[in-house]
Unconditional design. Structure first.
Ligand SMILES: [Zn+2]
Ligand SMILES: [Zn+2]
Length: 316
């Protein structure tokens, strides 16, 4: 599996005029970093974007927020890539699907796990409701376990991971280039994980997903996290150790009869807290406790109940 092409880091910054609608995005620049010829990562605001391009067409992994679409398209063009032909969503959160309507209208074929389409079509209620998505923003091709695209000299695998960050997560793996996009199964150096319990996520599923990815990749693999800088297998090994340690310690405390409040006071996750991260140690322990005490935590294969999504459009 040592088909790693030496990196010549090509960073380019695209600055474009501001879009008037939403000034949160006025100063966002889309920065492109080439990973290997034909594959790049785009950093902006929202989930990291993967781009694969070549003679068979351009594939995009996630699309951040709608006000950024023109800047993302400019960054893609600056790579020498054609307009987007295929668009994968790693999951349904708005910081990964916010550009779907624009890219759908521009002719991209959108693919995702079937629960992404269900949750986007339904929207969600709760503290910060998400309206149902426009039909053109919805995935057209959906899958249960996964799908493969055979193009640009590579096989691009979308692999569904059960009940992890949400119930519709996919990992995208370029088999030949040996690059994996993990969506929000992996926040790298920016926060403790977010487990969206209202969208079917679970601590058990998150750990299982990371273990499945580790079994698939090697030391040369380049990992695009959902948020944060590029990572290596060693980074993911450390992340897996954190997930396992916290799950085991919370489970031991549950078994010993401790309440959630008592477990939160044990500072189990505090050593892993990231300064400025949006998930606190206390909140993360809440996700883990809620998952480990839910007998159906890994049973939400279909998003057939009304989701209660309480997270903001910016996260995650
Ligand atoms: Zn997310
Ligand atoms: Zn995200």
């Amino acid at each position: 599996m040592n088909r790693f092409v030496p990196l010549s880091a090509l960073a380019l910054v695209i600055a474009t005029p501001v879009s008037a609608q939403d000034d949160r995005f006025d100063n966002v620049e889309i920065r492109a970093e080439q990973l290997v010829p034909g594959i790049a990562v785009l950093f902006g605001r929202g989930g990291n974007i993967g781009v694969s391009h070549g003679e068979d067409g351009t594939v995009l992994i996630d699309d951040q927020f709608a006000p950024l679409t023109e800047r993302i398209q400019a960054a893609i063009a600056a790579l020498g890539a054609d307009p987007v032909r295929f668009l994968f969503n790693t999951h349904w959160h708005g910081d990964h699907t916010g550009g779907n309507e624009n890219f759908g209208e521009a002719g991209a074929l959108i693919l995702a796990h079937e629960n992404v389409r269900i949750r986007m079509a339904n929207g969600s209620e709760g503290d910060r409701p998400v309206p149902p998505a426009a039909p053109v923003a919805l995935p057209v091709v959906t899958y249960h376990d996964g799908v493969k695209l055979h193009l640009n000299g590579d096989t691009v695998h979308a692999i569904h991971m059960h009940n992890a960050h949400t119930d519709g997560d996919s990992v995208i793996w370029w088999e030949v280039a040996n690059i994996v996009h993990m969506g929000d199964l992996f926040f790298h150096q920016m926060s403790l994980p977010f487990i969206d319990r209202a969208s079917g996520g679970s601590a058990q599923g998150l750990l299982a997903a990371v273990e499945r990815v580790l079994a698939m990749i090697d030391d040369e693999t380049r990992i695009i996290p959902g948020h944060g800088p590029m990572a290596t297998r060693a980074d993911l090994v450390a992340y897996r150790a954190m997930l396992l340690t916290i799950n085991e310690q919370v489970q031991a405390a549950i078994d010993a009869g401790s309440s959630l409040e008592e477990i939160q006071a044990m500072n189990i996750a505090a050593p892993y807290e990231v300064e400025g991260g949006f998930i606190s140690a206390e909140r993360y322990i809440g996700f883990v406790h809620d998952s480990l005490t839910d007998p159906d935590a890994m049973a939400h294969e279909h998003a057939d109940h009304g989701p209660d999504h309480d997270d903001g459009d910016d996260h995650h």
